[in-house]
Ligand binder design. Structure first.
Ligand code: PMV
Length: 325
């Protein structure tokens, strides 16, 4: 396969936030995840003519500045590790599907850093695969893009529901079912009045997924009950979203936070944000994602949005400039 030409191609993919169902979704469950208006941007350039084509990556967010590796070394890898892992894994997956011999230069920049837990890896995967397809003039359906992306993610980390990738590929607010037949239902709205507050600490998703797995192995029945309750909350939360019933959604978010706390993934910093937001009048507040750090989200009445943001900032909270999209 040959690139269409040697012109650079620019693509982007959104970050994400978990609204409900994190951790439960890992156990063949469901969740609600939303794309946000902060994006990862990527420029890709394919070049032909070299006997030993190279992959070159400049990605300041993960500390890569002109990192270069022969394409053949990427393709021969059994394990993908380090800051280049997700891009290299995508290149290998894409090559398995659509063999090519070109050098590839990739540069990324993002509205959000890799430390906020906003899904920089899944956005990187979606952008790399979509960008490669664009360079080679291949039209990938969202379903195929998602499948290839999941393969690329699983080559790097065995765990992971793929929900964050669904948000990056499909956009909008996504109801995601992590079992066959996989279901991705999107709700296009820019209405959800969420405030996103950074806890000040970066969390390692994989270690928290493993921690919950260990708890599940030790206490299968109570942990299964927690997961079942989370799945009921996801189902009710989707109905609340469809109906635009924010007070109901807020209550469900509060319950999900309590269950995440029960799974041991809450932290004093996250809990402090959650209680502060509730005290200031949020309809609901919870940690978002695997826990251990990253961000908390607060759902607020649309009329209260600006005042709540100011009140949280006045308390010294790190409110991010991010909207649901
Ligand atoms: O920490 P985040 O934002 O990457 O979210 C992880 C969510 C989990 O459900 C715990 C894991 C997953 O793969 O869905």
């Amino acid at each position: 396969m040959q690139p269409l030409n040697d012109q650079p191609v620019t693509v982007s993919a959104p970050g994400k936030l978990f609204i409900l169902g994190e951790h439960a979704v890992v156990y063949d469950g469901t969740c609600i995840v939303t794309a946000v208006d902060s994006r990862l941007r990527m420029t890709l350039q394919a070049s032909t003519g070299s006997a030993n084509p190279q992959l070159t990556i400049t990605a300041p967010d993960v500390g890569l500045d002109g990192y270069t590796i022969p394409l053949y070394s990427v393709l021969a890898k059994q394990r993908f590790e380090g800051p280049s892992a997700f891009i290299e894994s995508c290149v290998a997956v894409f090559h398995r599907q659509f063999t090519f011999q070109s050098g590839i230069q990739i540069e990324t920049s993002s509205d959000f850093g890799a430390t906020l837990g906003l899904g920089s890896s899944s956005a990187t995967v979606a952008a790399t695969l979509f960008g490669l397809a664009t360079c080679f003039g291949i039209s990938l359906s969202p379903g195929t893009l998602f499948q290839l992306g999941l393969e690329a993610i699983r080559q790097v980390q065995r765990l992971g529901s793929g929900a964050d990738l669904a948000a990056a590929v499909y956009g909008g607010i996504v109801f995601y079912r992590n079992r066959e037949p996989r279901q991705v239902t999107t709700l296009e709205t820019d209405q959800l009045p969420l405030l996103v507050i950074y806890s000040g600490a970066k969390a390692g998703t994989v270690s928290y997924v493993q921690q919950v797995r260990a708890l599940h192995e030790r206490w299968p029945e109570p942990v299964d009950s927690i997961i079942q309750a989370m799945l009921q909350i996801v189902a009710a939360g989707w109905q609340a979203l469809l109906a635009g019933d924010y007070p109901a959604l807020g209550q469900l978010m509060n319950m999900q936070h309590g269950l995440l706390h029960a799974l041991g993934v809450d932290t004093p910093a996250l809990a402090s944000i959650v209680f502060a937001a509730r005290q200031l009048g949020a309809l609901g507040a919870k940690l978002s994602g695997a826990g251990g750090g990253d961000c908390a989200i607060a759902l607020v009445a649309p009329s209260q949005y600006a005042a709540m943001k100011e009140a949280l900032q006045a308390e010294g909270r790190h409110v991010l400039d991010i909207q649901v999209n």
